[in-house]
Design a protein around this ligand. Structure first.
Ligand SMILES: [Fe+2]
Ligand SMILES: [Fe+2]
Length: 184
């Protein structure tokens, strides 16, 4: 059975595959190539449901509070930084969604604009994941006792069930197909 940190790290690897694909899409939009609007919707769907609701949800609702209980501070500490970056990400995703709508309606500047915001999002999330993998999750492995890890595992399982049976697997397949279609 993977530990809670291993589960979250595995999700990071899936998110990174989609960030690679998003970079490929951005490159095409920057060079004026047409990208089907449905492709942009697939990215947004993955980011909103898998990266934000499922993954950031597990961190915010379960992991971070458990770390706070073990004495890792929220304010002025790594948890506060991570929460702030999740919020910055949500702001960028809302902007991406608005720009994808404009792109669908044929607005000429929307393609390059989408690419510009996507690049900011990729940069934000890539360094966010690095910080979690290398700093916060290392701390988690040290401070969480076995009982808390078991509780988190159950909570993660429940979060998956609330999302709907097969949703996680669905998005793993989406990540693979986006990578295959768009990564350069
Ligand atoms: Fe995070
Ligand atoms: Fe994360």
């Amino acid at each position: 059975m993977p530990t809670p940190v291993e589960i979250l790290k595995h999700e990071h690897r899936i998110i990174e595959r989609v960030l690679g694909a998003l970079s490929g899409v951005s490159q095409r939009l920057e060079s004026g190539e047409h990208v089907p609007p449905e492709a942009l919707s697939s990215f947004l769907d993955f980011i909103r449901t898998f990266a934000d609701r499922c993954h950031h949800g597990k961190e915010e609702t379960h992991l971070f509070p458990a770390l706070e209980q073990r004495g890792i501070p929220r304010e002025g500490g790594p948890i506060g930084v991570m929460l702030h970056e999740h919020e910055l990400g949500r702001g960028l995703v809302a902007e991406l969604a608005r720009t994808a709508d404009a792109y669908r309606q044929g607005e000429p500047s929307a393609g390059p604009r989408f690419a510009e915001i996507a690049r900011q999002y990729i940069e934000l999330l890539a360094q966010h994941i690095q910080k979690e993998d290398n700093i916060l999750f290392q701390m988690a492995e040290q401070v969480l006792d076995e009982e808390t890890k078991a509780r988190l595992e159950r909570a993660f399982q429940q979060a998956e069930e609330e999302l709907g049976a097969g949703t996680h697997e669905h998005f793993e397949r989406v990540a693979a197909s986006l990578e295959q279609a768009w990564a350069t």
